[in-house]
Design a protein around this ligand. Structure first.
Ligand code: DP6
Length: 324
C-alpha cells in the first residue's frame, strides 16, 4: 500500500575524505571509503506521488520539467530500486533546491538522499537507516552520506547491502562551518559520474587508494577529538590528491580555475596567521573553506570582495535526511 504523497528533506554534504572512482560503477561501490559533513541550510525537498499518466516518470526541479536526459538517470535508479524492493508504478517527482546545481556543491547527493527517503515512506518499504543509505547510493554515491546526521562515513563495502554510511558524530558535536566560496555557479563540464570512470586511468589513483585507510583514520580521529590542525592538514591533502588524480586522468580533467588556486593559497596564509580554516574542492571550481564558527567572520571578510568571487554561502553542520 502506497501513501498518497511523501515529502522528504536532505542536505548536501562536503567530503573531507573524497570518493573518487568505483570498484563497481553499476552499483556505485566505491574504490575507497569516504567521510563528509552534512551542510545545514542548503537543502533539497522532494515530494513524490503517482504520475497521472502511468507511462513514464516525470521530474520537476525548481518548477522546471526536466529534459529526458535527466529523467533517464532517475528512471535507471528507480528501475534498480524497483527490482530490489519490489514496488510498482510511475512517479511524479517534484524537487526544490535552494542552492546552485552542478557547481561542486553536490546537488545529486541531497537529491537522491531525499528521494530514497521519500520512496521508503511512499511505498512503506520499512527500510532501516543503513538500507535507505544504500538505496540512495544507487542514485549517486555521495548521497548515501546525506542520510545519517552530522559527520558521516561511507564504509565502502563489497555488496549493495554492505555499502552505506553511518554517523561518526552528530551535528552538534563540533561547531564547524563550510564557507562555500562560489567562483562560478555554472553547470560543470564533466560530471562526477564520467570523472569516476576516468579515475583508474591516472597512475596516481592506485597510490591514493592504498593510502586511503590512513587518511580516513586521521580524519575520523580529528573529528572525534575536535583537533582542527590535524583535520585541516588531512582534508587539504585528500583534496589535492583527488585533484591530482583528476588532472592526470586520460583524458585529463581540470576543475580548478585560477581564482580557485589563489583562494587556496589565501586560506593557507590565513591559517598561518591563526585563522582556523582549511580548503577542500569537490568536482568543481568552488572552494569549500572548512572553519570553526569563530573563524567565519574572518573568512567572509577576506573573500567578500575578492576578485572572481561571485558569492559566499555559509553552512554549519547539518542533520540527516528526514521525512516532513
Ligand atoms: C568529488 O557522488 O557526485 O564530490 O555517484 O556518479 O553521482 P555519482 O558521483 P558523486 O561523486 C562525488 C565526488 C566528489 C567527492 C565526494 O563527494 O566524495
Amino acid at each position: 500500500m502506497a501513501q498518497k504523497k511523501s515529502t522528504a528533506i536532505a542536505h548536501p554534504n562536503i567530503a573531507f575524505i573524497k570518493y573518487w572512482g568505483n570498484a563497481d560503477p553499476n552499483l556505485r561501490l566505491p574504490s575507497n571509503a569516504s567521510i563528509s559533513m552534512n551542510l545545514d541550510g542548503l537543502e533539497t525537498i522532494t515530494t513524490i506521488e503517482y504520475a497521472d499518466n502511468q507511462i513514464k516518470h516525470s521530474l520537476t526541479i525548481n518548477g522546471l520539467l526536466q529534459e529526458p536526459q535527466k529523467v533517464n538517470r532517475l528512471s535507471a535508479f528507480l528501475e534498480m530500486a524497483r527490482k530490489l524492493y519490489g514496488f510498482q508504478g510511475f512517479l511524479r517527482i517534484e524537487s526544490q533546491n535552494n542552492f546552485p546545481m552542478g557547481a561542486g556543491i553536490a546537488s545529486s547527493a541531497s537529491a537522491f538522499a531525499a528521494l530514497a527517503l521519500a520512496l521508503n515512506d511512499f511505498f512503506q518499504l520499512n527500510l532501516n537507516q543503513h538500507q535507505i543509505s544504500a538505496l540512495a547510493r544507487l542514485g549517486s554515491g555521495s548521497a548515501c552520506r546525506s542520510i545519517p546526521a552530522g559527520f558521516t562515513e561511507w564504509k565502502k563495502g563489497t555488496s549493495h547491502q554492505q555499502s552505506f554510511a553511518t554517523s561518526i558524530a552528530l551535528e552538534d558535536h563540533w561547531d564547524l562551518h563550510d564557507c562555500i566560496i562560489v567562483v562560478t555557479a555554472e553547470e560543470k563540464a564533466i560530471s562526477s559520474t564520467d570523472g569516476h570512470q576516468r579515475a583508474a586511468t591516472s597512475p596516481f589513483q592506485s597510490a591514493r587508494i592504498l593510502d586511503a585507510q590512513r587518511r580516513l583514520e586521521i580524519c575520523r580521529s580529528a573529528i572525534l577529538k575536535q583537533d582542527f590542525e590535524r583535520l585541516a592538514a588531512i582534508i587539504e591533502l585528500d583534496s589535492d590528491m583527488m585533484h591530482a588524480v583528476m588532472m592526470t586522468s586520460d583524458p585529463p580533467i581540470n576543475y580548478w580555475q585560477p581564482t580557485s588556486l589563489s583562494i587556496m593559497r589565501e586560506v593557507r596564509d590565513l591559517r598561518k596567521k591563526g585563522v582556523a580554516c582549511a580548503y577542500t574542492l569537490d568536482a568543481g571550481p568552488n572552494v569549500h573553506v572548512i572553519c570553526t564558527a569563530a573563524s567565519v567572520p574572518a573568512i567572509e571578510k577576506s573573500f567578500r570582495d575578492y576578485p572572481g568571487v561571485e558569492k559566499i554561502l555559509v553552512a554549519k553542520t547539518g542533520k540527516g535526511a528526514r521525512v516532513i
